[in-house]
Ligand binder design. Structure first.
Ligand code: ADP
Length: 260
């Protein structure tokens, strides 16, 4: 009642005895809260100067002499400010999602509609250069948060395309499984070495930073996905084979599924 936060662990200890360990984590939680608030504030404050910069840049691009060195430089500046904008937006999404407050799992989310938009997005990203296979079990809906579920699915699909060479195949499916309902994305891309798998959902963790940056990644997609899934009592499952491809999936538990 005094606002302190205790972490309590109960462990079985030999012949029917229990060992109880209590740790005061009040300070850890406070620092964590300060970090989150700081990131959210900085991201928010960066939005206005970025918008101003982009506005002036567009104006200057309109005035630059076609073919001059300035045009090339401005294109680079535009690319980099766009990247910065995506990162700021993703950081804001992450801080809202990490916070977890106000996540209401009572709204019925129509997964068939989500799958329709995911398919459209995938087609737009694939530019006809990939084989896309999409399967969706109809009438299999979820009690959850639509924005978060949509962003989890969309992050996995855009990654599959980003880390697969043109000519590859991306299979997306939403189906009933013994333990609930499963969304999965399988690609025939570059794959991930086993030592990276457990760290992929950390903020800014990338297997190959240069490649990820080049292909427009912010390094935050899987961190956002992880939090979105934990609000739906689910977690990300990753299997991968280097050079062959990866499968990212999550399973929503039966009590959050609506089949009416
Ligand atoms: P990014 O914006 O860098 O893609 P993510 O958080 O979405 O950030 O992913 C983290 C890292 O996980 C990526 O940089 C990449 O190295 C790896 N990764 C994610 N999805 C795949 C995939 N389908 N195939 C291979 N590597 C992947």
């Amino acid at each position: 009642n005094d606002g302190r936060v205790l972490e309590i662990r109960i462990m079985g200890y030999g012949s029917g005895q229990l060992l109880l360990i209590a740790r005061d984590i009040t300070r850890v939680r406070q620092l964590e809260g300060m970090r989150k608030e700081f990131v959210a504030n900085v991201s928010h404050e960066l939005k206005t100067p970025l918008t101003v910069l982009q506005g002036y840049l567009e104006m200057m691009q309109g005035m630059a002499e076609p073919g001059s060195a300035n045009v090339k430089a401005m294109e680079q500046m535009q690319q980099q400010t766009n990247r910065m904008r995506s990162m700021v937006e993703q950081l804001l999404v992450l801080s809202r999602i990490e916070d977890g407050t106000g996540v209401n799992l009572e709204a019925k989310v129509n997964m068939t509609l989500i799958m329709d938009t995911i398919k459209e997005e995938a087609n737009a990203l694939a530019l006809g250069q990939y084989t896309l296979k999409v399967s969706c079990e109809p009438g299999l809906n979820i009690y959850g948060n639509e924005v978060q579920l949509r962003s989890a699915c969309s992050n996995l699909v855009s990654n599959a395309i980003r880390y697969t060479e043109p000519g590859g195949t991306i299979s997306i499916s939403w189906q009933r499984v013994p333990l609930g309902a499963q969304f999965s994305v399988t690609d025939t891309g570059e794959g991930i070495a086993p030592q990276h798998l457990s760290r992929l959902t950390e903020r800014f963790y990338r297997v190959d930073s240069a490649r990820s940056r080049q292909s427009g990644g912010t390094g935050l997609g899987l961190a956002i996905t992880k939090h979105a899934l934990s609000h739906h009592q689910s977690e990300l499952n990753i299997t991968s084979q280097l050079g062959k491809g990866s499968c990212f999936s999550f399973t929503i538990p039966p009590h959050l599924i609506d089949e009416s």
